[in-house]
Design a protein around this ligand. Structure first.
Ligand SMILES: *[C@@H]1O[C@H](CO)[C@@H](O)[C@H](O)[C@H]1NC(C)=O
Ligand SMILES: *[C@@H]1O[C@H](CO)[C@@H](O)[C@H](O)[C@H]1NC(C)=O
Length: 394
């Protein structure tokens, strides 16, 4: 019986057990097999084991527009650190920029404004800086952070304000949310959480008739640097400065606003938490001033993290991102150092130093299948993992 007499789905199933090399060889046998081996279904198992292919631990697919076979190839460049660095944008004064990525649009905050840029070169007419097509303004001081939802862009400012911009029209709505800087903000399913230097976290809603009305105020007794809503929005985490007696990572109930639990113990004074990412309702990553990335699994234990990775240069970690599977990308406080970590290994996989100036933290990182974007104090960089790396002199 020939291979092709099998029903398609059986053939796909068989092919999905092959390794990378065999699939590549098979794809060269004939046109028919070439087409069969191009299908995403055949590559899923392989892709799930590699970094940043878009296949998440839960089996989701983040980058459906690109063939999985191609993503497996690009993934090899991520592992090997093979990429081309480019400065997309430079500015004169030092700022604390923040980024969000939505398909082919990058949102970048610079001082009090947030610009939206097209990433694809044809629409951007060549230069990145010419591709800005929208501007979101209204803050009197710098934007600290902002989040995107399908319908809104919500920004938190040094002026104590939160501004809710409608992404479809020009409508925006602003209100004073805190008595000092709003350092951080998150929004999911119409619920907004903000955290401030004024030592409180507050809960708000996006529902039109209650816009700008505070639902709850939580006293954290310590400056709040980061917040994250859990995917089920039943709880949220605050990351605080760790300058007072309370521990820096606390989980709160969004309905009753009671403390649910504290993560970890024995944090050093000043071990403030700067970034928090939920990967599932029970699993989250945190990083900050104490130079560690920590992975918490709330089903296992809240007193101890299940894994941790230490920044080898003893510098604070300002931000991180993940691919929802094995990859973590971290940004540190000196020389614009960006590191790629594979969660299965304790040592970092790749390191990139983006600038030679000492005090140049990486404030924000975003990634897609092919690119990594890093916002530093005075420039926006991109690393392109599909471009030929510049030839090194021997
Ligand atoms: C990633 O960004 C580049 C532009 O910088 C774009 O061409 C590419 O399509 C993006 N990939 C995905 C999966 O969105
Ligand atoms: C991987 O990087 C090399 C250069 O180092 C480049 O030529 C190649 O196109 C990249 N692979 C993919 C799949 O983009």
């Amino acid at each position: 019986m020939s291979l092709f007499q099998l029903p398609d789905d059986v053939l796909y199933l068989i092919l999905s057990y092959l390794d990378c090399k065999s699939l590549c060889r098979l794809s060269q046998v004939c046109r028919r097999l070439f087409h069969f081996t191009r299908r995403d279904a055949v590559w899923r198992k392989i892709a799930k084991d590699l970094i940043n292919t878009g296949i998440t631990r839960q089996g989701g697919d983040l980058y459906q527009g690109i063939l999985l076979k191609d993503r497996v190839r690009i993934s090899q460049n991520w592992s090997q650190g093979s990429c081309r660095k480019e400065v997309l944008l430079k500015w004169k004064t030092n700022l604390l920029p923040w980024l969000q990525l939505d398909h082919d649009v990058l949102y970048l905050s610079q001082a009090a404004d947030i610009g939206a840029y097209h990433l694809s070169p044809d629409r951007g007419r060549g230069r990145f800086q010419h591709s800005r097509f929208a501007l979101f303004s209204g803050h009197q001081e710098d934007v600290c952070r902002f989040v995107l939802t399908d319908t809104h862009l919500i920004s938190a400012g040094g002026d104590g304000k939160i501004i809710i911009h409608n992404r479809r029209d020009d409508f925006s709505m602003e209100f004073y949310a805190h008595s000092q800087e709003v350092n951080c903000i998150d929004c999911k399913d119409g619920l907004i959480v903000s955290g401030s230097r004024d030592k409180t976290a507050r809960i708000w809603t996006l529902s039109p008739n209650r816009l700008g009305k505070c639902l709850h105020t939580i006293h954290t007794f310590d400056r709040v640097w980061s917040v994250a809503l859990s995917p089920t929005i039943g709880t949220f985490v605050t990351g605080t400065a760790c300058c007072e007696d309370s521990t820096p990572l606390r989980i709160w109930d969004t309905e009753r606003c009671q403390l649910v639990s504290c993560l970890g113990e024995d944090f050093r004074r000043g071990a403030g938490v700067l970034d928090i990412i939920y990967e599932s309702p029970f699993q989250l990553l945190t990083c900050g001033y104490d130079t560690y990335i920590r992975y918490w699994d709330l089903r296992v234990c809240s007193r101890k993290c299940v894994m941790e990775w230490e920044e080898p240069h003893d510098s604070a970690l300002y931000c991180m991102q993940t691919d929802g599977n094995h990859l973590i990308v971290s940004g540190s406080s000196y020389y614009g150092v960006v590191r790629l970590w594979d969660k299965r290994h304790t040592r970092c996989l790749q390191m990139f130093q983006l600038t030679s100036s000492t005090s140049s933290p990486v404030y924000c990182l975003r990634l897609n299948a092919s690119h990594l974007y890093a916002a530093l104090a005075s420039a926006l960089y991109s690393l392109d993992f599909t471009a030929p790396a510049p030839r090194t002199r021997r």
